[in-house]
Design a binder for this molecule. Structure first.
Ligand SMILES: C[C@@H](N)C(=O)N[C@H](C)C(=O)O
Ligand SMILES: [Zn+2]
Length: 220
């Protein structure tokens, strides 16, 4: 009798161990975003060495987790994006983030102490990422590449500030296309219930920090 290989494949898939962070997130009730919408792409930059720390700080965590309400809002943002551009996809760079990773980001960031919270939330207060209610993301176009947003992810400087886009356009430091791409991202995210921040084009909050803390446990 020919052995049924599909049974082996299922058994192997079932035995892939969850990472410690993943187990923690599932215990706290967070959901894997791609289980709600597999058209949303994920490339967790902190699970690679291609990040400002230069180290993979997530280990085996490769999936994006969020609390359920923020995850559902993200699915809505992807739906709105798809309505306007059927070939475009949201691409998540980071989602729920344990506070111990927040400390690594905070300690690595080379900025004066007073400026640090513009770029990395103070781990003593907790980032909204630490409650599973913030997401860092961009858009990939029909060619499968991220749209040009004028800077890369975690560019910690004025060029990444949504707040300064008008003057950056006037001075020629950002192009009309780059601004239009950022507007598209903000429009679909805001229409789905997220709020942008003034210093990072890629970061969006589903709730204020106070509301996130009221609703959810911090992921240590
Ligand atoms: C570090 C960066 N990707 C980010 O998410 N910054 C915000 C402000 C945060 O840490 O909450
Ligand atoms: Zn962020």
């Amino acid at each position: 009798m020919t052995p049924d290989r599909s049974v082996d494949i299922v058994a192997e898939a079932d035995t892939v161990p969850l990472s410690e962070y993943e187990r923690l997130m599932q215990q706290l009730g967070l959901v894997q975003v791609q289980s709600l919408d597999s058209s949303i792409r994920v490339d967790l930059k902190y699970s690679t060495t291609d990040n400002f720390v230069g180290v993979d700080v997530y280990g085996d965590l490769d999936d994006a987790y969020l609390q359920e309400e923020p995850a559902r809002r993200l699915v809505e943002a992807q739906r709105l994006l798809h309505e306007r551009h059927p070939d475009y996809h949201l691409l998540i760079y980071d989602a729920a983030r344990p506070r111990q990773v927040q400390w690594i980001l905070w300690d690595t960031l080379q900025k004066p102490e007073a400026d640090k919270p513009k770029y990395v939330a103070d781990p003593r207060k907790g980032s909204i990422h630490n409650f599973g209610a913030a997401v860092d993301l961009t858009i990939v176009g029909a060619d499968g590449k991220p749209l040009d947003m004028g800077t890369g992810y975690d560019h910690f400087g004025i060029l990444a500030f949504p707040y300064h886009e008008d003057s950056l356009l006037k001075s020629g430091q950002l192009t009309e296309t780059q601004i239009a791409n950022r507007h598209l991202l903000r429009e679909v995210m805001q229409a789905a219930g997220f709020s942008p921040i003034t210093s990072e084009w890629w970061h969006f909050d589903a709730f204020s920090r106070a509301e996130a803390r009221r609703r959810y446990p911090i992921i240590e």
